[in-house]
Design a protein around this ligand. Structure first.
Ligand SMILES: [Zn+2]
Ligand SMILES: [Zn+2]
Ligand SMILES: [Zn+2]
Length: 335
C-alpha cells in the first residue's frame, strides 16, 4: 500500500508506504551489489545510468483512492522513484569522477528531469543524494535518487514564494560577501548567509537558470565539476569521509509557471572530527535551527581547503569513515 496523506495541522504531504520496509531483500540482492557492473539490473547499461527504484515510495500504477472521509485527505502515491548510478565503481563518490563523467551525470539528471516533467500527474521532480551509512543509506554503492511527486513540497513552495517579486538567488549573487568558497565564470559555490548545517554549501549557476532544462552543456559541465570539487573538499575538513545529503532546488517541473533559480544544496553531517551534527528539540520540534559557529569563519576554513583542491578527481578512497560511524555501527550490532 502506498499513499500520500495531508497533515491537517501543517498542511504538509507525507509519503506513506506499508510494503517498502517489509519487503525482504532477495538472496541475490543481499549477495551482490545491484549497481556494479555485471549485476542483472545493469545488463546492457553504460554508466551513468538510471533504474526504477526496487523499493519505490511512488509508482505510476497507483490507482485512484475512493475515499469517503472528507477530513483526512489522501491521494495516491502516483509518481516515480528512480535511482541514478553515476559510475560502476563501487567506491567512487562524485569527487572521484572525472570532469567528463560529472558532465555526463548532469546530462542524465537533466534528461530525467525533462522526461519526468512530461507526465501530467507529476508536479515536482526531486533529485537528491544521500551518502554514508551515518545518513542511513542502505546500498553502499554511491548513487543519487529521484522522486517525481504529485504535489509541490513545502521547501520548494517557500523558495517560489520568496522569489515572486525578485529572484533571491540573483540578489545573493549580486552582493559582495565573504562566504564564497570558489567560483569560475559560470558557477559560484558559497556557504549560505544563514546555514542550517556547519559546512552547508550551495552551488549556484551565475546565469538565472530556472532548472537543469535551461542549462547549456557548458553550464552542466561546470556545475558537475563544482559539485565534485566541493564534495572532495568536505573529505579534507577532518580527513574523514564526510557523510552528506545533496538536493537540487529548481522549478518543480520543466513547464511550471512559477520559476526559481536552480541551485544545489549540500548538507554535510559532521560538525567536528568524529562528531555528527544532530538535530534535536528546537530543530525537529519547531524548525528552530541553531548554528554554533560564525558562518564566515566556517566559509574561510572551507575556502582555504577548496583553494588546494581545484580539479576533480579528488580521490576519496583511503580516507577513513568517521569514528562516529563505527560507534553507531557497534551500537547497532550490540544492542
Ligand atoms: Zn557496487
Ligand atoms: Zn536568479
Ligand atoms: Zn534552495
Amino acid at each position: 500500500m502506498r499513499e500520500i496523506r495531508l497533515d491537517p495541522l501543517r498542511k504538509e504531504w507525507i509519503l506513506i508506504s506499508s510494503d517498502r520496509g517489509s519487503r525482504p531483500m532477495t538472496v541475490a540482492e543481499k549477495k551482490a551489489c545491484p549497481f556494479c557492473r555485471g549485476a542483472p539490473e545493469t545488463t546492457g547499461k553504460s554508466a551513468p545510468y538510471w533504474l526504477p527504484n526496487a523499493f519505490p515510495m511512488l509508482s505510476p500504477y497507483e490507482k485512484k483512492i475512493h475515499d469517503e472521509n472528507t477530513y483526512f485527505k489522501k491521494i495516491p502515491a502516483k509518481g516515480y522513484s528512480e535511482v541514478i548510478v553515476e559510475s560502476f565503481d563501487h567506491q567512487a563518490d562524485l569527487c572521484d569522477l572525472t570532469a567528463q563523467q560529472l558532465k555526463e551525470a548532469m546530462l542524465l539528471y537533466k534528461d530525467r528531469y525533462v522526461e519526468l516533467s512530461k507526465q501530467s500527474f507529476v508536479k515536482a521532480v526531486l533529485i537528491f543524494r544521500n551518502l554514508g551509512k551515518l545518513i542511513g543509506v542502505s546500498i553502499e554503492h554511491p548513487h543519487s535518487q529521484i522522486y517525481a511527486v504529485p504535489y509541490i513540497p513545502t521547501v520548494i513552495r517557500e523558495e517560489i514564494n520568496s522569489s515572486k517579486k525578485a529572484c533571491q538567488i540573483c540578489a545573493t549573487l549580486s552582493k559582495n560577501d565573504d562566504r564564497t568558497l570558489f567560483e569560475d565564470d559560470l558557477i559560484r559555490a558559497i556557504l549560505p548567509f544563514s546555514p542550517r548545517w556547519p559546512y552547508e554549501g550551495h552551488i549556484i549557476p551565475k546565469r538565472h537558470l530556472t532548472s537543469l532544462a535551461d542549462a547549456s552543456d557548458d553550464e552542466l559541465a561546470h556545475l558537475g565539476k563544482a559539485i565534485g570539487r566541493l564534495i572532495g573538499c568536505y573529505n579534507h575538513i577532518f580527513e574523514e569521509k564526510m557523510p552528506y545529503i545533496l538536493a537540487f532546488h529548481q522549478t518543480p517541473t520543466a513547464n511550471y509557471k512559477e520559476k526559481i533559480h536552480l541551485h544545489v544544496e549540500i548538507y554535510p553531517a559532521l560538525r567536528a572530527a568524529d562528531k555528527m551534527k544532530h538535530w534535536s528539540g528546537a530543530e525537529v520540534g519547531f524548525g528552530v535551527y541553531t548554528y554554533d559557529f560564525l558562518p564566515e569563519d566556517k566559509a574561510e576554513q572551507l575556502a582555504d581547503i577548496c583553494k588546494k583542491y581545484k580539479d576533480v578527481p579528488i580521490p576519496s578512497k583511503g580516507i577513513p569513515e568517521p569514528v562516529a560511524l563505527r560507534c553507531a555501527l557497534r551500537g547497532i550490532i550490540f544492542s
